[in-house]
Design a binder for this molecule. Structure first.
Ligand code: PMP
Length: 434
């Protein structure tokens, strides 16, 4: 099918609420490693694959072989019939997660993982109320949309009961108009303020992304999560880290994003890059907390933790260990960050460059003084980058943050290729808008 035919059928048979990039949407045909090809045969360097699903590159042979081998052996429910791949993966993830996180519950999407994290917190604490952050994104079920701190991501104004939002640690646009470090990380105290003013005073949990992904790679200051976790405990809640975007080495140095803040959460959720594109998600907690669930109902899922996705995930983690461990990600990520900083010196529309590892955000503004969000320029950058053969993402409440997240197997050579394309792109968009 050509692009026109695909889009025609999409318009006719799919819900119209799909988020599509580009005025002329881009139907993809195949991928390999760092690259994808559209249905017309055009090649793109895929520097947004990572954030969607691909942690070790498209069509990684080891992941495909592992999945294929398992498909030829058995596809069945792991929650009804215990399976080796399921338990081996649980063991492996317990091994690479921090602290005493040990017991897993596998499902199929980040949304479900967050649903189960909140369910767990509510059952274990006996409390109902949950604090999330403004600008956060946690998924598409009614509860996960309610946890999400951006109204635009809530279809039909969904509001599940008991969810309140505290200020985001958005230093570039500080909600308190303060500056780090003189601010004393005052935004973290807002979590306590919200609990005191808007809840019963007994919470089930505080949930947060270590780096707010859809929110535009908002990267909290170093003290932030230590303060927030303490507040959660003071009011009887658990601290849940949503690692759906930041997990599996994405942020470099560590396997999980929250480790940069020196905090071990009670519960961690993960999905996306866990199995290099095979649907899989997980909610992991300590044995102590998980065992509180005993006798309180069943944790089943038809496809959750199926042996094929688990085999793909085990292979993905093995490839990460061999080819793209957190130290590699830190090195290539720092290289990318430095390159983006050089572009910031050159182009006044780049207001901020932030992130960790291979999760780098570039916030575009019309004026560095007023910081007026440059949503139009962001769209132009996406379009021009595409026509130069580079795919990147966007995000942020104001639609003005470029999100750059290649597969973790990216090398400095891939980064050079991306930076060169971005440089040319910014030069063109600068001419158009400045
Ligand atoms: N949490 C975060 C941080 C996410 O970025 C996403 C997806 N963008 C989700 C949860 C939901 O994951 P899924 O789309 O797999 O349900």
């Amino acid at each position: 099918m050509d692009a026109y035919e695909i889009l025609e059928l999409q318009g006719k048979y799919l819900w119209p609420n799909h988020l599509l990039y580009y005025t002329d949407p881009l139907p993809l045909d195949h991928g390999e490693g760092m690259y994808v090809w559209d249905v017309e045969g055009n090649q793109y360097l895929d520097f947004f694959a990572g954030i969607l699903t691909t942690s070790v590159g498209h069509k990684h042979p080891k992941v495909l072989d592992a999945a294929r081998e398992q498909m030829e052996k058995l596809i069945h429910s792991s929650t009804l019939y215990p399976n080796e791949k399921h338990v081996r993966l649980a063991e492996k993830i317990a091994d690479i997660t921090p602290g005493n996180l040990q017991k897993s519950y596998f499902t199929n999407s980040g949304t479900e993982a967050n649903e189960n994290a909140i369910l767990l917190a509510r059952v274990v604490t006996g409390h109902q109320e949950v604090i999330a952050l403004r600008h956060a994104y946690h998924g598409r079920s009614a509860l996960a949309m309610s946890l999400t701190g951006q109204a635009a991501w809530r279809i039909g104004g969904t509001h599940a009961h008991g969810v309140k939002h505290a200020m985001a640690p958005y230093c570039y646009r500080c909600p308190l108009k303060m500056t780090y470090p003189e601010c004393g990380v005052a935004c973290a105290e807002d979590v306590e303020d919200v609990i005191k003013t808007q809840t019963s005073g007994k919470i089930a949990a505080v949930i947060a992304e270590p780096i707010l992904g859809v929110g535009g790679f908002i990267t909290p200051p170093p003290e932030y999560f230590g303060i927030v976790a303490e507040i959660a405990y003071t009011y009887g809640g658990l601290f849940i880290a949503d690692e759906v975007q930041t997990g599996f080495g994405r942020t470099g140095t560590y396997w999980f994003g929250i480790e940069h803040w020196g905090v071990v959460p009670d519960v961690m959720t993960m999905a996306k890059g866990i199995a290099n594109g095979f649907p899989l998600a997980n909610t992991i907690t300590t044995a102590e907390i998980a065992d509180e669930m005993k006798g309180k109902g069943l944790t089943i899922s038809t496809f959750g933790g199926n042996p094929v996705s688990c085999a793909a995930s085990l292979a993905t983690i093995e490839v990460l260990e061999e080819e793209a461990n957190p130290a590699h990600v830190a090195e290539v990520g720092d290289y990318l960050h430095a390159g983006l900083k050089r572009l910031q010196e050159k182009y006044p529309m780049i207001g901020d460059v932030r992130g960790k590892g291979l999760m780098q955000g570039v916030e575009l503004v019309n004026d560095r003084e007023t910081k007026e969000p440059a949503a139009d320029a962001t769209n132009y950058v996406l379009e021009v980058a595409r026509s130069s053969g580079l795919l990147i993402g966007k995000g942020g409440m104001y639609g003005n943050v470029l999100r750059i997240a290649p597969p973790l197997t990216a090398t400095k050579e891939h980064v050079d290729e991306a930076l060169e394309k971005l440089d040319r792109t910014f030069a063109i968009v600068h001419e158009m808008t400045w």
